[in-house]
Ligand binder design. Structure first.
Ligand SMILES: NC(=O)c1ccc[n+]([C@@H]2O[C@H](COP(=O)([O-])OP(=O)(O)OC[C@H]3O[C@@H](n4cnc5c(N)ncnc54)[C@H](O)[C@@H]3O)[C@@H](O)[C@H]2O)c1
Length: 372
């Protein structure tokens, strides 16, 4: 029997330096008998040489469309837009299971090509929790961006371009360097969703830049049960929202409460890690766009004469810490990848396939109706 294989494709989104397979996990797969093909890629945070050194077979950049059909292609983000049929098996985030814009067209490509999608967002353990997610580093990077924005705002400036950091230590040092006294001491932050993945990351960043433990207010379900809007949010310097929104809830903060707080408002920066920007139940209805690494903040209307308030709503925050974020994600995914050769029986993969079949059939119908 030939060795099981994976083909790591390059990511084509600008700024995306993360990888679904790192040299560390590639080596573990190779040690377990897998053959790993890796597309050469200058954008990735890991050098081609790091993959080569552990025994990966290097192939041309973006060459996966001509890979043998029986090799599963693994990547992170959506494929580039196209109408080409997809004959391969792809393991990736496809963002097409929740009726997102263009969802049925993406799935129709698999239908026409006879390929198959295993969406990383829906690989879950027996209790329904995702086996691999980027939350921790999203919260960590979001809190860092929030502290940087606060420092800029205190100087009367607007935070400019954010570039990915080579590692966590450099991010922490960069944030500390712009804070008065080289530390976040004296800054007060509130993290909602503090018990979750993103929330834990945000709390850890605030600790690492030197906030006092008492100045990191940690809220989760119990604290928001009384229903918003919350005065407590207006009384901290940075508010980081990290909740997993699953239903309609009262807003946490509104334009009216911000304006009513007048000149006495402490709140200067809101980081909406959850980024439910266009969700009708967005509990932070004080902004309506996703911000970007080149323009990380958007101002909130605050009323004449009141102190400024800005929102960070970047929806790909872990990209700011590509090395650590990839290592954690890939390590968490590894046990499932090791089970992939047995995907006809392994629960995680059979569940993912069942979901794919359901979504595929809905997409085919949607495409048919659209053509009528
Ligand atoms: N911006 C980004 O780059 C980025 C990256 C990764 C994840 N996310 C998003 O961040 C969100 C959180 O992801 P996660 O992996 O941390 O989820 P998680 O399930 O690990 O944690 C969510 C936490 O929110 C809490 N929560 C839910 N509703 C709440 C409420 N009404 N009040 C208070 N707490 C509440 C939960 O109890 C849980 O502790 C998701 O929407 C995810 O899509 C964003």
């Amino acid at each position: 029997m030939s060795a099981p294989k994976f083909w790591l494709r390059c990511e084509k989104k600008p700024f995306e330096k993360r990888a679904a397979l790192t040299p560390t996990t590639a080596k573990k797969l190779i040690d377990s008998g897998f053959e790993i093909f890796v597309e050469k890629d200058e954008q990735r945070i890991f050098d081609d040489k790091e993959y080569e050194a552990v025994g990966c077979k290097m192939v041309a950049n973006n060459s996966w469309p001509s890979a043998p059909k029986d090799i599963p292609i693994i990547g992170l983000k959506e494929l580039e837009e196209s109408t080409d049929p997809l004959p391969h098996t792809h393991i990736q985030f496809a963002h097409c299971y929740k009726n997102q814009a263009g969802w049925s067209k993406v799935l129709d490509r698999f239908h026409r090509g006879g390929g198959q999608l295993y969406d990383l967002e829906f690989l879950t353990d027996a209790s329904g929790r995702r086996v691999a997610a980027f939350g921790y580093h999203a919260g960590f990077a979001g809190a860092a961006a929030g502290a940087l924005a606060l420092a800029s705002q205190k100087k009367g400036q607007t935070l400019g371009l954010l570039n990915p950091y080579p590692n966590e230590e450099e991010m922490v040092s960069a944030v500390r360097a712009v804070l008065p006294g080289g530390s976040g001491k004296g800054v007060k932050a509130l993290v909602i969703g503090a018990l979750g993945r993103c929330g834990r990351g945000a709390v850890d960043l605030f600790r690492k830049i030197g906030l006092e433990e008492n100045d990191i207010v940690k809220w989760d379900m119990a604290e928001t049960a009384k229903g918003g809007p919350f005065q407590e949010i207006l009384d901290v310097d940075i508010f980081v929202n990290c909740i997993y929104l699953s239903s309609s809830i009262p807003p946490f903060v509104t334009e009216e409460t911000v304006k009513a707080a007048g000149k006495g408002r402490k709140l200067s920066v809101v980081v909406d890690v959850s980024c439910d920007t266009t969700n009708p139940f967005n509990p932070i209805p004080i902004y309506n766009i996703n911000t970007t690494f080149s323009e990380p903040t958007v101002p909130v209307p605050v009323g004449a004469g009141n102190p400024p308030l800005s929102v960070i709503s970047i929806d790909h925050l872990p990209t700011l810490l590509p090395r650590e974020a990839s290592e954690q994600f890939s390590a968490d995914l590894l046990p499932s990848l090791l089970e992939f050769p047995n995907r006809d029986k392994a629960r995680i993969w059979t569940d993912a396939e069942k979901l794919y079949r359901e979504k595929l059939s809905a997409a085919v119908q949607a495409e048919r109706s659209a053509k009528l």
